[in-house]
Design a protein around this ligand. Structure first.
Ligand code: F6P
Length: 497
């Protein structure tokens, strides 16, 4: 039976300022604290009626049953007939998956200990090649948590554009560089080309056994061995861990090595805390569910086409890109789990940036433009810098003031200088940015994506949309392909025919 959205689509569109004026308890009703993060949805248009309607839809779509099925290791990734096992990496899931993940982590830890003991020779640089989920997660972790750590210098290279790799070659010493090849499939063109180029660079610079400095992070260990990585340096993870959900697995290796195992374990523990919250808490107090209800209110009722998270913390500057893949690759789908057209908008386009920079660049559109963009502010109470406290004070106050301005607006005689207001925002305020809180934050986003997917009846865990372009690029690289006149002309103009 198709989902009944009628009660949700019939929800009124009250003004945010009226919602506050009418209800003293609004802030308390629409905010909560979980795992060191304060969530505030009071400046969104969620109402008690909206919650009731979304809870009814969740019941109709058996959200609770599907959540349990995911944690139990059932094959909820139906199109690929696979379980979804990223929570097992944090110790939350069925016994078999959790035990396997723990074994893989133990193997990872042993290799880290060996590297720290110079078993591969002295290592000073970590050069991680991988793309998409095999890069964005580790990059976010190292960038967010790695500022105080100087054990290793780390570079994450994803793009096939050789410029990215060349920049690193200029800075790194080949003799003390560890090559980390991250690829779930171990077939991704960009990653394999980059890995080969790193081997060539090491060879050209006198490294005796460059393959001896290579580590593979993959769900296809045989392919890694075939490529040339010794079996003892292949760190596997399960097929059930999706690329964009994989930073908890061996894909998180550069973070675990650079930041230390204890830090990585804290990350997993924080995520596990959020897993338990998601699994065990009633929907009206459940952070990922409430966030998803707000997402769906804006995409389905207000037809908002985008959403924009802004990190008011330099340490989280890579979070918007990480969320782009997580949200858009997971829920940017056009058919239901049964293969029928969804018939309604699915994922919003995720974009965003870093505050306060974004205020001086794109916030004009948010305040006065014609698009409705639900904004998400992320801020951290404890400062990441040691400068005059005024830096952090200004940073946080700017985040809060922007949310207030979007909601309140301002009317003056001159329309060009007026602000309509009533523009929604949510705020996530972290006590501190440590590994544990970051783990909880990322897990929150994963579960929010899951709830969106269940209520839209789509499979959040496949990504067939990325395949066609890859296939056509491969055909073109072989000199073949049946291309249209425009594409044929471009190939010719670039001298690639
Ligand atoms: O092309 C998209 C994608 O398959 C992502 O889902 C994935 O994270 C990325 O490519 C990298 O894939 P792999 O880890 O297999 O190299």
């Amino acid at each position: 039976m198709p989902a009944d959205w009628s009660a949700i689509e019939a929800l009124p569109s009250p003004k945010l300022t009226d919602l506050f004026a009418e209800d003293d308890g609004r802030l308390a009703r629409f905010s909560l604290d979980v795992a060191g993060i304060h969530f505030d949805w009071s400046k969104t248009h969620l109402t008690a009626d909206a919650l009731t309607a979304f809870e009814a839809l969740a019941k109709q779509m058996d959200l609770a049953g599907k959540r349990e099925a995911m944690f139990a290791g059932q094959h909820v990734n139906t199109t690929e007939d696979r379980p979804v096992e990223h929570t097992a990496e944090r110790g939350e899931g069925n016994d078999e998956s959790v035990a396997r993940a723990a074994q893989y982590h133990a193997r990872m830890r042993t290799l880290i200990d060996a590297i720290e003991a110079d078993a591969l020779g002295p290592i000073r640089y970590i050069l991680h090649v991988g793309i998409g989920g095999s890069a964005l997660g580790p990059h976010l972790l190292v960038d967010a948590l790695g500022r105080d750590h100087d054990r290793y210098e780390t570079a994450i290279v994803s793009n096939v554009d050789g410029t990215a790799l060349e920049d690193v070659f200029e800075r790194f010493d080949p003799a003390t560089t560890l090559l980390v090849i991250a690829s779930k499939t171990f077939t991704t063109t960009e990653t394999m080309l980059n890995a080969n180029s790193v081997i060539q660079w090491m060879t050209a610079n006198g490294v005796d056994d460059p393959y001896g400095k290579a580590i593979a992070l993959t769900a296809s260990p045989d392919k890694a061995v075939e490529w040339g990585v010794d079996e003892t340096r292949v760190l596997p993870f399960s097929e059930g861990v999706g690329g964009r959900y994989s930073l908890w697995s061996s894909i998180g290796f550069p973070a675990a090595l650079a930041l230390g195992w204890d830090c990585f374990q804290e990350l997993l523990d924080g995520a596990a805390e959020m897993d338990r919250h998601f699994r065990l808490t009633a929907l009206h107090e459940n952070a990922p569910a409430l966030a998803a209800f707000a997402d769906l209110y804006y995409t389905q009722v207000r037809r908002a086409e985008t959403r924009a998270p802004f990190a008011y913390d330099e340490r989280l500057r890579l979070l918007p890109s990480y969320l782009q893949q997580l949200e858009m690759e997971s829920n940017g789908k056009g058919v239901t789990k049964e293969g029928a057209p969804v018939g309604r908008p699915t994922a919003a386009i995720t974009w965003g940036g870093v505050g306060t920079d974004a205020q001086h660049a794109v916030f004009q559109l948010l305040h006065q433009g014609t698009h409705l963009v639900p904004v998400e502010f992320l801020a951290v109470i404890e400062a990441g810098d040691m400068l005059d406290a005024d830096h952090h004070r200004q940073l946080l106050l700017n985040a809060f003031a922007q949310g207030a301005a979007l909601m309140k607006g301002k009317q003056v005689d001159d329309p060009a200088r007026s602000y309509a207001g009533d523009r929604p925002s949510s705020t996530l305020l972290l006590d501190t940015l440590d590994a544990r809180t970051l783990g909880a934050l990322i897990a929150f986003y994963e579960h929010r994506v899951f709830v969106n997917g269940v209520l839209l009846d789509i499979n959040s865990f496949d990504q067939f949309g990325v395949e066609l372009g890859k296939e056509m690029a491969k055909e073109a690289a072989k000199g073949g392909g049946d291309f249209d006149p425009s594409t044929t002309d471009l190939i010719k103009r670039a001298g690639l025919d």
